[in-house]
Design a protein around this ligand. Structure first.
Ligand SMILES: O=C(O)CCC(=O)C(=O)O
Ligand SMILES: [Fe+2]
Length: 244
């Protein structure tokens, strides 16, 4: 998977990020998005920030897959997601990873930002989301979600290839990866490891999906590229310590 071949990530300034979202070769298919480039100023937008979480109990639907893998899905878990997306599309330290592909070093087609457990998340709703996930899944998971890995898919050309999250304990033990999606809808595809018929979970603005059981070992997931004119999407992935 892409993560195995990571080079040192290249930090992006707000100006570069804005340019990569609004101008350059991607512009033809990328709707303009507004980016906060300076320090946060209180604004009407902030006053209107009423992002809230719905309840999980009784609303999350579990899909049992083969080999002890499962996927939980709750569309519309977050309401008022625009305020969260606005922050996530700002200058939060997005980086471009590079990886070796045969003779060439190429940019990984999405931007990344990793928050360890001790770093404050960029929007309080995300801290609340991790807490709510810990309350709901704690008894089954037996540990806490700690890190928040974030991916920014700038447009339909950004993607992630088939992989399992198998760096660390996901390689050998059951675990969970909880994803909250913001921005343009993109489908998360899942297929049995090594190939097979794929399942499709549409991930829209404010939706929750949780991959659990043996999912990272016995199944693979991907976000395919699309030629449809889609805007940016940010995926926030909560994982326990030692899972990546
Ligand atoms: O974009 C997503 O929701 C999935 C990202 C993913 O699978 C990963 O970063 O490991
Ligand atoms: Fe993944």
């Amino acid at each position: 998977m892409e993560k195995d071949a990571r080079k040192d990530p290249v930090p992006l300034s707000a100006r570069t990020l804005e340019a990569s979202l609004r101008t350059g070769p991607r512009a033809a298919r990328t709707p303009a998005v507004s980016l906060r480039t300076g320090p946060s100023q209180p604004s009407m937008w902030d006053l209107a920030d009423d992002a809230t979480l719905g309840t999980l109990a009784g609303r999350v639907v579990r899909h049992e897959l083969s080999h002890g893998a499962w996927v939980d899905h709750l569309p519309g878990w977050v309401s008022g997601s625009d305020a969260v997306l606005d922050v996530l599309l700002g200058d939060i330290g997005w980086r471009e990873d590079r990886r070796q592909m045969y003779e060439r070093e190429v940019a990984v087609p999405r931007l990344l930002r990793w928050y360890g457990g001790s770093e404050t998340l960029p929007h309080p709703l995300l801290t609340d989301a991790r807490e709510a996930l810990n309350r709901y899944y704690g008894p089954e998971l037996g540990e806490r979600f700690v890190s928040a890995g974030m991916c920014l898919y700038r447009d339909g050309r950004d993607s992630v290839a088939w992989h399992g999250d198998r760096i660390g304990r996901g390689r050998s033990a059951d675990t969970m990866v909880a994803i909250v999606s913001f921005g343009s809808p993109r489908p998360l595809l899942l297929r049995p490891a090594g190939g097979g018929q794929s399942l499709r979970f549409p991930l829209g603005h404010g939706d929750l999906v949780v991959m659990g059981g043996s999912c990272q070992r016995t199944w693979e997931h991907s976000i395919p590229k699309t030629v449809k004119p889609v805007g940016p999407r940010v995926s926030v992935q909560f994982r326990p310590a030692g899972v990546a």
